[in-house]
Design a protein around this ligand. Structure first.
Ligand code: ZN
Length: 370
């Protein structure tokens, strides 16, 4: 009898989520068999740099040689330069301490140069903290996804997450909740014969996102842990599926269209995805759409384009452009909603649950999309 071989999924050999986890990075790496011969540490130029310097000092105190790249901003040329350093200097382990841009830069450099990569997020604004995919900006200024590898280790310091701007936490919630619409799109694509659905990967992605619907606030460390763990599981869902499909559907295409349209005025990736999620829900006529809208209002997520400093017509244009951005990704927008009048109606339905909005978010001020 031949027993079919099970598929294999790479999962990190180190996973640590705690308050104060940043202080434990050195012993955690040593206890989990990371080669500390020479460590490359990547960080951004902003507030996460102080966290990274703390980690570097902890490693150096144990005699570890550390090379610190401190101005990573999510560019493809920076990933190439980091990979060159890894090869030239004999780096044995690469560490990223920072937000999504830093993590994706080092993640791709480590994957292409073949060394272990450890993700140490200081903000949870998207699901890149544990995914095998790196989203980076190329020479022409456009953002694209690149195949990388799952991190070999992930250390999440819940205290650091809580000290990041609240906006990053709302963005993380948006990116996590989008698993629900992405899986609706995936099932639709399968039913209509465009793509094969993977029930196990979808189950992981949906189970990761559902606890968000029960959250009452985004201020406590217990809420931050729920979000971080959900995003970690999202990465696992993508690794199991071998594609970003369980965590990326029409709502992500809408966000990509907004990035292209708004350029430096775009909001955070997860914030835009949150808006796209409400639109995709309305397009699917999902039974839980009103629940999601109420959850967004309760947690302070964007529930109208004005909340992110954009007009309704800009959002309508993005919804119309979204399906062309990636024609191979079949979503609910691929089979309809091609006429501006239909999309205007859709956008109106998406933000209406029959109750008045209790408050408005301040307009987006940052020019960056994670
Ligand atoms: Zn995303």
């Amino acid at each position: 009898m031949t027993i079919p071989r099970p598929r294999t999924v790479e999962i990190p050999r180190l996973l640590h989520v705690s308050a104060g986890g940043l202080r434990q990075v050195t012993p955690l790496l040593a206890d989990h068999d990371f080669d500390l011969g020479c460590v490359l540490l990547g960080s951004g130029p902003g507030p996460s740099r102080a966290f990274a310097e703390g980690v570097a000092n902890g490693l150096r105190a144990h005699g570890v040689r550390v090379l610190h790249h401190s101005h990573l901003a999510g560019r493809l040329d920076q990933a190439a330069a980091t990979a060159a350093t890894i090869i030239e200097d004999g780096v044995t382990t690469a560490l990223a301490v920072g937000g999504g841009r830093v993590i994706d830069t080092v993640k791709l450099a480590a994957a292409r140069s073949g060394v272990d990569f450890v993700s140490v997020p200081t903000a949870v604004s998207n699901d890149g903290i544990s995914s095998p995919i790196a989203s980076l900006v190329g020479r022409d200024g456009t953002r694209a996804s690149h195949a990388a590898r799952m991190p070999c280790g992930i250390v999440v310091d819940i205290s650091a997450i809580g000290s990041a701007p609240p906006r990053t936490i709302r963005a993380g919630v948006g990116d996590l909740v989008s698993n629900l619409t992405a899986c609706l799109d995936w099932r639709l694509a399968d039913r209509e014969g465009h793509e094969q659905y993977d029930a196990f990967a979808a189950m992981i992605a949906e189970s990761a996102a559902r606890p968000i619907l029960d959250l009452e606030e985004l201020d406590s460390s217990s809420s931050h842990a729920v979000i971080a763990e959900g995003l970690l599981l999202s990465g696992l869902a993508m690794a199991a599926a071998g594609t970003s499909r369980p965590c990326s559907g029409a709502e992500h295409l809408i966000s990509h269209a907004l990035d292209a349209q708004l350029g430096p005025r775009a909001a955070l990736h997860g914030e835009q995805v949150a808006l796209g999620c409400l639109i995709a829900n309305a397009a699917h006529e999902w039974s839980q759409a009103a629940v999601l809208l109420r959850t967004f209002r309760r947690l302070g997520l964007p529930t109208s384009p004005e909340d992110l400093g954009m007009s309704r017509s800009q959002l309508v244009d993005a919804v119309l452009a979204a399906p062309q951005l990636r024609p191979d990704r079949w979503t609910v927008l691929s089979r309809g909603f091609r006429h501006p009048d239909d999309v205007e109606q859709l956008v109106m339905r998406a933000f209406d649950d029959g109750s008045p909005s209790p408050r408005r978010l301040p307009s987006a001020t940052s020019a960056s999309a994670l």
